[in-house]
Design a protein around this ligand. Structure first.
Ligand code: SF4
Length: 350
């Protein structure tokens, strides 16, 4: 059965016409779906025969909320969500003064192998469908009964490795008949799949592109990110400049600071030189310490010094505030610890 969350308005109109129904009903149906109604019988203005037809052909399938963990420190909420095939993902809700922001996943696991990331330890299990990406926003919005206004695609998975589904998600989530979240309020983070950055640039979307850079040289980058063996920093920079030329959007470079690996003054100077003059912004991230590796977080002084050196090169810098440190909020950590518990207790279904 097809999940209605996979359908654009145009696609649903086409289906209606092919099934001898009035196309205008499509807008009514999708407006119920995006209001959080997931039972066809509750769509009050839809005639009964059409409801029966919809039931025969569609589902409105949302993941099950397995657990919600709330941070006592800052109110960040982490949702562990389960799909019908038994797979789990994580979505994180962060509350800011400017509105609610959600960090969502695009794949179950990840194939990219970044050394500091728990999502990739067991590789990529599968891509999420468009509906499954979208459903994370919908299910959390329904749960908190408040609007979500910002989205970051920065949870488990490499978004550009699931390109078609992610592009369709961006279309659906920003559509006025859908959740109507403006593209300027959406950030897509990639480890740097160069050919896909060019493809994305040609779409001329107004989303923010974030590049997980984490090192200024290929040699250093290869130590922590296997993708660096495939695409050099020079190639990434070229694709970023192309992206800026097509979209006129500022790029964010994510830089996770790891003690004694990439946090030295020389690293900061080289990074400053690399990015000088570019329409960009650097987001420094104190690395999350996970059990599965030995990476340690840089001291506050090191982080501040690093930031000052970048600023002296005319680069805008922010230091990411840590959210939900008491609830395993780093990507992939919660899913892994939950799977382990379930395996020990011998139960994996809900
Ligand atoms: S940081 Fe992102 S791209 Fe790298 S392994 Fe984790 S989920 Fe994949």
């Amino acid at each position: 059965m097809n999940n209605l969350l996979d359908y654009t308005l145009e696609e649903l109109k086409t289906w209606m016409k092919e099934n001898n129904e009035s196309a205008f009903r499509s807008t009514q149906i999708l407006s119920w779906v995006y209001k959080g109604i997931n039972e066809f019988d509750n769509m009050k203005n839809i005639p009964k025969p059409l409801i029966s037809k919809l039931k025969e052909n569609f589902t409105i399938s949302l993941p099950t909320i397995i657990e919600v963990y709330k941070s006592d420190i800052d109110g960040t909420e982490k949702f562990l969500l389960g799909f019908e095939d038994g797979n789990l993902i994580e979505s994180v809700l962060m509350r800011y003064k400017h509105g609610n922001s959600i960090c969502i996943s695009t794949q179950i696991g990840c194939a990219m192998g970044c050394k500091f990331c728990a999502s990739t330890i067991e590789g990529r299990v599968r891509n999420l469908t468009t509906a499954e990406i979208l459903a994370q926003v919908l299910v959390v919005q329904n749960y908190i009964n408040e609007r979500i206004s910002n989205i970051v695609l920065m949870g488990s998975g490499e978004p550009l490795d699931n390109y078609d589904n992610v592009i369709k998600f961006l279309e659906l989530v920003s559509a006025d008949y859908g959740l109507n979240i403006g593209q300027r309020h959406i950030t897509l983070s990639t480890c740097g799949l160069v050919p896909k950055i060019y493809e994305l640039a040609d779409k001329k979307l107004s989303i923010t592109l974030a590049i997980s850079l984490h090192a200024f040289s290929d040699e250093k980058r290869k130590e922590i990110m296997p993708i660096a063996n495939k695409y050099s920093i020079e190639e990434i920079m070229k694709s970023c400049k192309y992206y800026i030329s097509k979209t006129n959007r500022r790029i964010t470079f994510e830089y996770a600071l790891v003690k004694d690996v990439n946090d030295g003054r020389e690293d900061a100077k080289a990074l400053g030189k690399l990015l000088k003059g570019m329409l960009c912004h650097v987001n420094l991230i104190p690395v999350n310490e996970i059990k599965e590796n030995t990476f340690k977080r840089s001291s506050k002084k090191t982080i501040d010094d690093f930031s000052e050196i970048l600023k002296s090169h005319g680069i805008e810098v922010t230091i990411r505030r840590e959210m939900g440190s008491d609830i395993n909020a780093a990507c992939g950590q919660l899913r892994r610890s939950y799977i382990k518990t379930q395996k020990i207790e011998g139960r994996m279904k809900w």
